[in-house]
Design a protein around this ligand. Structure first.
Ligand code: ADP
Ligand code: MG
Length: 407
């Protein structure tokens, strides 16, 4: 169950793997011995409540980081020599003297953090026996677009080290090891959603992640002609760092005033009865948290029972709450959601919302699969006309988590 399972090339990752195999073979004059892949993710609903004891409901997407690797001819120097095809850059990790964390992180640091976690896990002696190797990786997860290319890179690296060292990690353990790499080596204090999604992803299922207990539950998604459209606004407003810390502080202060130990203990009626004890801003933030926790639970029920219209309404309500109560949207995201809403049920759109931290990044839209091309073209054209910006769009169904492609 835990071991990465080999799959054939005719998966969503197939083209990427074929291209990477050719690049590796021509650069190193030998084919790769191991190929692994790990997906990015998108969160359908449950935003800004991961750090408030809430739920998130992500799926792995049909976009992957793939790594090809082979032992080096000769064991010296004892390094992993790595090439990023996307960035056309090379770097290396000394396997006898792993790098210390250093900020700002390079892409190699994300991988170095996973190597370090792996050494701690399997012990220096076994780690020292890993062969010197050549690695090459390529990704079709947009880099820096809020779809977790960083977690995909970490999880792909961990999957590679599992097969190279002959060690199978527990799935939780693997996700947590990668999360630690992101904390310690990239300096990003992320929650557990990104790495868990990339590890646990399944075709035909969303993942309901309880951020309080860290328990994950697959929510079966019988898509039956329904798809998820991801639209990258291609804007990133730089105020997000300070704003994020401020939202956290406002939530903490509101929770204290509500005299509750966890947001899970706060009901909508309790919030309203204690409204006077909060500032207006605290009340708005609290209303987002409490209502989003409720919406996310309802969304899981809607997915299981195929109630797409109800799910779509929850997505619009989530966006409204993020826009007005939590105030983390921006005009470009609002425009994308309004364009989707304008198409409406008659045009095959059920719902749409911003996804991720906000102030830019992506929206996620639920729609009829047969309308994907029409809807994408309309949104792209109108977004360009009204904002002057090119959006990037692609549809995805829930995808398989990290796996071994060949060895
Ligand atoms: P996101 O995870 O939303 O894509 P992040 O800023 O968290 O954005 O992570 C992006 C970083 O991950 C990049 O700056 C780079 O360091 C690393 N990265 C991800 N994919 C690649 C890749 N294919 N090649 C090189 N670096 C990558
Ligand atoms: Mg990231």
């Amino acid at each position: 169950m835990n071991s990465p399972e080999a799959s054939s090339y005719d998966s969503p990752v197939g083209d990427l793997v074929q291209r990477l195999t050719q690049s590796f073979t021509s650069e190193h004059s030998r084919p790769p011995k191991w190929i692994v892949a790990a997906p990015g993710r998108v969160n359908l609903i449950g935003e800004h409540i991961d750090y408030n004891d809430g739920f998130v409901l992500p799926m792995a997407i049909e976009r992957y980081v793939a790594i090809a690797a082979a032992p080096r001819n000769g064991s010296h120097p004892h390094v992993a020599s790595i090439r990023s095809v996307n960035l056309n850059e090379s770097d290396q990790i000394d396997l006898d003297l792993l790098p210390e964390p250093k900020l700002p992180p390079t892409w190699c640091a994300y991988m170095g953090g996973v190597f370090a976690g792996f050494r701690d896990r399997i012990g220096a002696e076994k780690f020292g026996q890993l062969p010197a190797m050549d690695l090459m990786f390529e990704s079709n997860v947009p880099i820096g677009g809020g779809l977790s290319s960083s977690a995909a890179l970490e999880v792909a690296t961990a999957t590679l080290l599992e097969v190279v060292s002959g060690t199978t990690l527990g799935l939780d353990e693997k996700a947590l090891l990668c999360q630690k790499a992101e904390h310690d080596y990239a300096g990003v204090p992320c929650g557990i959603m990104d790495q868990f999604s990339s590890v646990f992803g399944q075709e035909n299922a969303f993942m309901m992640l309880d951020c309080q207990s860290q328990q994950i539950r697959h929510v079966p998604f019988d898509s039956n002609g329904v798809s998820v459209l991801i639209t990258n606004s291609n804007v990133k407003h730089e105020l997000s760092g300070g704003e994020y810390a401020q939202r956290r502080a406002q939530c903490d202060s509101a929770l204290k005033k509500l005299a509750a130990a966890s947001w899970r203990d706060v009901t909508p009626s309790m919030l309203d009865s204690k409204k006077q004890s909060l500032t207006d801003v605290e009340y708005s933030r609290a209303r987002h948290v409490v209502s989003e926790i409720e919406r996310t639970q309802k969304a899981a029920v809607a997915i299981e029972s195929g109630q797409w219209q109800a799910l779509g309404e929850l997505m619009y309500a989530s966006h409204h709450s993020l826009q007005h109560d939590y105030e983390v949207s921006c005009c470009e995201l609002d425009l994308l959601v309004e364009l989707a809403r304008g198409i409406g049920l008659a045009g095959g759109v059920y719902g749409s919302r911003m996804t991720g931290g906000g102030f830019g990044g992506c929206t996620v839209t639920l729609l009829d699969s047969e309308k994907v091309v029409e809807v994408s073209n309309h949104i792209q054209k109108q977004y360009k006309k009204q904002s002057g910006i090119d959006a990037h769009l692609f549809a995805s169904l829930p995808a398989k988590g990290a796996h071994l492609i060949s060895c």
